[in-house]
Design a protein around this ligand. Sequence first.
Ligand code: NAD
Length: 254
Amino acid sequence: MGHAVVTGSASGIGAAVAAGLRKEGFDVIGIDLKGAEIEADLSSHDGRRDAIKAVIGASGGAIDRLVLCAGLGSHLEDLPLIASVNYFGAIELLDGLQGALKRGNEPAAVAISSNSARFGPFDDHPFVLACLEGDESRAREIIAGENGFIAYGGSKHALARALRRRSKTFGADGIRLNGIAPGPTETAMLQSTREHPIYSKGFDALEIPVGRYGTAEEIADFILLMMGPKAAFMHGSIVYLDGGNDAATFPDRF
Ligand code: NAD
């Protein structure tokens, strides 16, 4: 088997995806702040550029799988940092590795959005539009005056749209590109958000018909399925994996 790249591989969903890909026989190149094959800070352009260069060196320039998991939760005080990691850290890696994916074998990529990407007035929000225009300094400037729900949900909303916008170009290169929108999932990020005096409050109101949060392994297993041969016709999709949370909250929205 070939090479698979996973950002945020040191913890939570990214760690579960990396373990699953190793089990499938891939040579996994993890990227994280620490505890990964490539240690890089995806919050800055320089960190992303170095990570891309290191991936090309480690893989020989061809990769078969890319999973963009690195992210920060809504509870962080530094809102511009959420924007830089969740949106620009994912999209710059995706675009920077498009050529390597094109040279891969049945290449597929998945980015992690969130079901909170629809929990807000995001369609024409200036923060979302600045992200989609690739204007990181403007996006950081706008989000500094907002709150964590807008920073997190808005960055994940922009990410989902950026994936859909790339369906033609990635499809033309033979790369299947999809997104997943998990609901609350038991990881370090969820734990920190639940411990926050303000951001923990949102959890009490959540309706989850299956009656529990997801596990990192459940999200990872689905991501592996999305990238594998059984999902060969899946492209440009954003899949909710949230125990019914989105359906229960917006039953008549589709
Ligand atoms: P996690 O905190 O366990 O893992 C996130 C990883 O991203 C960590 O290893 C962290 O070091 C890495 N990371 C953060 N900033 C980075 C940076 N600047 N450079 C490189 N790596 C960095 O969290 P998780 O829950 O596994 O989150 C994985 C993804 O799933 C995130 O994008 C998150 O937004 C998304 N998500 C999580 C949930 C949930 O409830 N846990 C729900 C929906 C979406």
